[in-house]
Design a protein around this ligand. Structure first.
Ligand SMILES: Nc1nc2c(ncn2[C@@H]2O[C@H](COP(=O)(O)OP(=O)(O)OP(=O)(O)O)[C@@H](O)[C@H]2O)c(=O)[nH]1
Ligand SMILES: [Mg+2]
Length: 481
């Protein structure tokens, strides 16, 4: 074995850099040791290159797979699930079309519910409400007394009793048996007037796959696999038989007058189909795209809908859209989703300025939306998340203002501005923008749209802008990985 050479310091070879000193080969290295060292170094370099390459590929794969997470927030009935349906309609049209038939039961339930609201309203009609539509003055002294319905309306109500059975059938079909709260609605024999009957709205937990349940029902009833299209279901048969009475009830002058006096604006309520009864009650009714978008089914819980863009330049991008329940008791379920989200669409239905929350009659809907928006804007977990604001239900806002309802009566600060939808939208936009500016922990861009998400044409363009913005931001973030 050759003697070790004494270390020879070479001018400039030693530096004060400790790393350099540690990595420097020993000065008394033998030829064998050198060969071994070089081999080990080459192996280490190869392994390091392999690791670098796999990290690079992983990053590229992540970019290529482009999983985009989008969270939909807003109070109940703000339009979150409808926005999700619009995404599905536009970007996975085949899947959307295939599912249209499954929405028929929800639409039937919406129709029955509208009729029930009318029946509730006319049950305890006061004498003066009937006088208003008749020239008879003999009852003037008893104007505020409850009075029986005129015979023709009474007869219609009696003939519509089978709709209660339809409601029970539909609930049994849509809601799993262990959902106590939801089944309060439509319990056989319960009166249309009992408070519990009025308060509860049918809901479906996303995890309970109501669509699967309907499919099962459908194939059981006709064996076709396409639910209810070969032979109509019992619910559609009864609804079809009741159609003339439903149409007569909805078009009755007295009924309209009572609804007006009681400020019940069914036309602006969710799930309104009474103007299209002839079509939607037909035995072979298949819901159109618009019908599906108008259907009302309350969300309870949180669900993640995954879909790949079926077409276009973003084909292959996986979108995960998280749809949450918006009622007050549900708001805490939103928080776990703040962690890993690319963007949020917040829906504020600005038509609700003269309405209160279903779950708390003391809270104005617009005020509730403003507070929620403030909370979302100021949330530190969301500081770097892009927020997209949809000032939604602009169509209903316009129709309310057109009908003479004055915005300034409910929103004092609106003042003497013209009572038209354009001015109102501009006003709300600037208010929500100011909250965004003042309450965002760090400055970020404001993306605000005035929307009517049930309208397919305008929503298509808006969702395309949102998609581009979200993808752009997502790519920017992945470049920073
Ligand atoms: N006219 C009109 N109706 C709308 C609009 N947006 C939503 N709707 C209707 O309002 C109802 C409620 O909408 P959803 O999408 O179910 O509301 P949500 O925010 O998911 O409500 P929760 O599930 O209770 O949190 C549905 O019947 C929709 O069709 C709109 O811009 N204009
Ligand atoms: Mg919903």
């Amino acid at each position: 074995m050759p003697a070790r050479e004494a270390p020879v310091p070479v001018q400039g070879q030693y530096s004060s850099d400790p790393l350099d000193a540690a990595l420097r080969p020993p000065l008394d290295e033998t030829e064998e040791e050198k060969a071994l060292r070089l081999a080990l170094e080459a192996e280490a370099k190869r392994i390091s290159q392999e690791i670098d390459e796999s990290i690079k590929q992983e990053k590229q794969a992540k970019k290529r797979s482009r999983i985009v997470r989008l969270l939909l927030l807003g109070q109940s009935e703000s339009g979150k699930s409808t926005t999700l349906r619009q995404f599905q309609r536009i970007y996975t049209p085949n899947a959307f079309r295939e599912e249209r038939v499954l929405w028929r039961s929800v639409i039937q339930l919406n129709i029955v519910r509208s009729i029930r609201i009318i029946l509730d309203a006319i049950q305890d009609v006061r004498r003066h409400e009937l006088l208003a539509v008749s020239s008879d003055t003999e009852y003037d002294d008893y104007a505020d007394q409850p009075v029986g319905l005129p015979p023709h309306l009474h007869a219609i109500c009696m003939r519509l009793v089978p709709l209660r059975h339809v409601e029970s059938l539909l609930i049994a079909k849509l809601v799993p048996p262990n959902e106590d709260e939801a089944t309060h609605l439509g319990v056989s024999g319960s009166s249309y007037n009992t408070p519990s009957y009025r308060q509860h709205e049918i809901f479906v937990r996303p995890t309970t796959t109501w669509k699967g349940a309907i499919n099962k029902h459908g194939s059981k009833s006709n064996g076709s696999g396409s639910p209810g299209m070969d032979s109509p279901e019992e619910s559609q048969v009864v609804i079809n038989q009741c159609r003339h009475d439903m149409i007569a009830l909805w078009n009755d002058r007295t009924v309209r007058d009572i609804l007006k006096r009681r400020k019940i604006r069914l036309e602006e309520s969710p799930g309104f189909y009474l103007d299209e009864l002839e079509r939607v009650t037909s035995l072979r009714y298949l819901p159109s795209d618009n019908d599906v978008l108008k259907a009302r089914l309350k969300t309870v819980g949180v669900s993640e809908y995954k879909f790949q863009m079926e077409a276009g330049s973003e084909s292959g991008t996986e979108w995960r859209i998280i749809d949450v329940g918006g009622s007050r008791s549900q708001v805490l379920t939103w928080i776990p989703f703040f962690d890993d989200v690319d963007a949020i669409i917040f829906l504020a239905p600005i038509s609700g300025f003269d309405q209160t929350l279903v779950e708390d009659k003391s809270v104005n809907r617009l005020e509730d939306s403003v507070l929620l928006w403030k909370a979302v804007c100021s949330n530190k977990l969301l500081a770097k998340v892009d927020l997209v604001l949809f000032l939604n239900k602009c169509d209903i806002l316009a129709s309310k203002l057109r009908s003479g309802i004055r915005l300034s009566k409910y929103v004092r600060s609106f003042g003497e501005r013209p009572n038209d939808s354009e001015t109102a939208e501009k006003y709300f936009r600037s208010k929500f923008n100011a909250i965004h500016r003042e309450h965002s922990p760090i400055p970020r861009k404001f993306y605000g749209f005035c929307t009517s998400v049930t309208d397919t044409t305008t929503t298509m363009g808006i969702l395309a802008s949102v998609r581009d913005m979200v993808i752009r931001e997502h790519l920017r973030q992945s470049r920073l990985l």
